[in-house]
Design a protein around this ligand. Structure first.
Ligand SMILES: [Zn+2]
Ligand SMILES: [Zn+2]
Length: 261
């Protein structure tokens, strides 16, 4: 399994990165039984559709998986909708792209583009809603959403393929679900938007230290990658706070970074 950071800026796009979007690839077999690489996007936040085109034709994604419906995680599905609806390139009519997300994803995106709910984006996307802790099979991927601790219905997503495990927390503060989400992860991609001592609101985001503590508590996490840092954060400070409790492999997500798991 390969992870590529497409966008990692927290809450808003930054000067160097779009908002949240992570491309995940793994080898599997197609409907015809022939080997092929499957590609899914975890979140498609503000600005991410542009950067995503450096890595693949977004119209060929096998699925888009939304952690939640905040703008910085889902709004570029509006742009992809336009591509799917109007691009003359590729098969016509185009197969629908599966989109998994929280309750009300289809209606939320129709509102975002100022469409009536029917058909909304239902001709371009095949919408499906997460059920907490219910795994979904997408090609070679087993994807398990876990309800996490954020002001709206939000999920962390555990992606398993070929014996590797990617645990993406989405946006969350500390919560019990992080344990089953992240245990034995090859890589834990963790929200670390908050700075301890500065951001005291509870139930919104992890800090570097709280993300690191969640990795320790889950157990077996091989690498911790901190993400969703807003443009006003000092990455060095986030790392310093994580290092208070975590001495294993640690990175701050950078756009374009790839990890082979
Ligand atoms: Zn966010
Ligand atoms: Zn959020």
């Amino acid at each position: 399994m390969r992870l590529t950071v497409v966008g990692c800026s927290g809450s808003v796009p930054g000067p160097q990165s779009p908002a949240s979007c992570y491309l995940v690839e793994a080898d599997g077999v197609g409907a015809d039984g022939a080997p092929r690489t499957w590609r899914i996007a975890l979140d498609l936040g503000s600005g991410a559709l542009g950067a995503l085109q450096r890595h693949l034709d977004p119209m060929t994604l096998d699925a888009v998986l939304l952690s939640h419906l905040h703008a910085d995680h889902c709004l570029d599905l509006c742009g992809l909708y336009v591509m799917l609806k109007h691009s003359p390139v590729g098969p016509q009519p185009r197969p629908r792209v599966p989109v998994w997300g929280p309750t009300g994803t289809a209606a939320r995106l129709a509102r975002a583009y100022d469409l009536s709910p029917e058909p909304g984006m239902n001709r371009e996307y095949e919408f499906a809603e997460w059920a907490d802790a219910q795994p979904v099979e997408i090609g070679p991927f087993t994807v398990t959403p876990m309800r996490v601790n954020h002001p709206v219905e939000a999920y962390g997503v555990r992606v398993e393929a070929g014996g590797a495990v990617l645990a993406y927390t989405g946006d969350t503060d500390a919560c019990e679900a992080l344990e089953s989400l992240c245990c034995n992860a090859s890589l834990m991609l963790a929200d670390a938007a908050f700075i301890d001592g500065r951001d005291e609101s509870k139930g919104i985001h992890l800090s570097g230290r709280r993300a690191a503590q969640a990795a320790l508590d889950a157990g077996g996490v091989q690498r911790l990658v901190l993400t969703h840092l807003p443009p006003w954060n000092d990455a060095a400070q986030v790392v310093e706070q994580a290092r208070e409790v975590w001495d294993g492999p640690l990175d701050v997500a950078e756009p374009g970074a790839t990890y082979d798991l």
